[in-house]
Design a protein around this ligand. Structure first.
Ligand SMILES: [Mg+2]
Length: 376
């Protein structure tokens, strides 16, 4: 069922000569577990947890996603799988089948892209995308959104939530307020009224740390931020002070466009048992380096920075990074640097998780057939 919560428009768009944008953020509802339900219809209505193997409560790793029924038991994404098992041992626990989710995602993105105006389409994640649609007004845009929801439901048997606004910021926030199966339209005239009462953390980029700083300045809601003297934000936040003040005023002129750049590639491993054994740790680094390089080569990028992440048994987490003076895709280099970086953490304290990440990426020269040639 589509619940349409349209906040009535009060003002016409300020400048009729330029196109008022109607931007949609389409977000699939509990994407991975919903796909599993389509694959296994017998699971519909049951608490389903997708993630690491719970191994009767002794399993390691985390919940990747879960059904709304599982959420009723307090289970959440990112929670240790052992805790999820304690909360609901009768839930159906399924492994993550990323290849399947990616295939379904590609089909959904194709549907979404077909609704975008002049190719203004931007995939945000595996189950989320912005579309700039060609609509006469917001009512028309809501009709398009309903058609999108209908088409996805008919073709994939999956439900989605859509937010519509005059910019990406508003569309994104609107998509989140009526999940699942939501459709929320925020017209230009009511943007401020819509944003004002929300906590500042609704603004993308304002995380826990910024939230704390703002709170110490007496800023908790978007209204507090909007009415704060922007000049007083600059000493603490620099350029970001202006940007977040703009966002609080509902101003976001960023275009809907596809970002093809890959920022980083990485792989992590949670040990079945915490370990301080140098042999096990260094062998695992070798394996992770191999997987990470394979993923990098698949993207067609070269790296310049290698970083490692170490999480100890007490969840104390550290990262270390090193940059080299040239672009590379050399496995041995990644393995050697990662091992050098991780050695600092090998000692008394047992390690729970390690990871290898490659960043400062640049597209490999297409004329360069042999990457080895390039780095030597
Ligand atoms: Mg989603």
């Amino acid at each position: 069922m589509v619940r349409n919560c349209t906040i009535p428009r009060r003002n016409k768009a300020p400048n009729p000569s330029c196109r008022t944008r109607t931007i949609l953020l389409v977000d699939m509802d509990s994407f991975f577990s919903s796909i599993e339900m389509v694959e296994h219809p017998e699971l519909v209505g049951l608490p389903v947890v997708v993630g690491a193997d719970p191994k009767d409560g002794t399993g390691r790793g985390v919940v990747s996603t879960c059904s709304y029924e599982a959420r009723e038991y307090g289970i959440r994404s990112g929670m240790p799988i052992s805790k999820a098992y304690r909360l609901c041992p009768d839930a159906r626990f399924l492994p993550v089948d990323m290849a399947l989710y990616q295939t379904v995602s590609a089909r959904i993105m194709k549907i979404l892209r077909s609704y975008a105006y002049a190719d203004k389409f931007q995939k945000v994640s595996i189950d989320e995308a912005f579309l700039d649609v060609k609509a006469d007004d917001f009512e028309d845009a809501a009709g398009i959104a309903r058609n999108i929801k209908k088409e996805i439901l008919a073709k994939e048997k999956l439900i989605s939530s859509i937010g519509i606004g005059p910019n990406k910021l508003v569309a994104k926030i609107a998509s989140d307020i009526q999940k699942p199966d939501g459709l929320t339209v925020v017209t230009p005239g009511v943007v401020q009224e819509f944003l004002d009462p929300m906590p500042v953390t609704k603004i993308p980029g304002i995380g826990k740390k910024t939230e704390k700083t703002l709170k110490s300045m007496g800023i908790e809601t978007i209204r507090d931020l909007r009415t704060y003297d922007v000049r007083k934000l600059v000493p603490g936040f620099g350029k970001w002070g202006y940007q977040m003040h703009d966002l609080a005023c509902g101003i976001d002129e960023s275009e809907v466009k596809e970002d093809f750049t890959v920022k980083s590639v990485g792989r992590e491993l949670t040990f079945d048992e915490d370990t301080a054994d140098p042999g096990v740790i260094l062998d695992s680094i070798d394996a992770l380096a191999g997987e990470t390089i394979a993923a990098l080569i698949e993207t067609g990028y070269l790296f310049r920075t290698v970083s490692v992440k170490v999480r100890f048994e007490d969840f104390d987490t550290h990262t270390r990074a090193r940059s080299i003076g040239f672009m590379s895709s050399d496995l041995k280099l990644v393995a050697d640097i990662s091992k050098k970086l991780v050695r600092e953490f090998i000692g008394e304290k047992k390690i729970r998780l390690i990871g290898v990440r490659l960043s400062s990426l640049r597209k490999a020269d297409t004329r360069q057939t042999s990457i080895d040639e390039f780095i030597r």
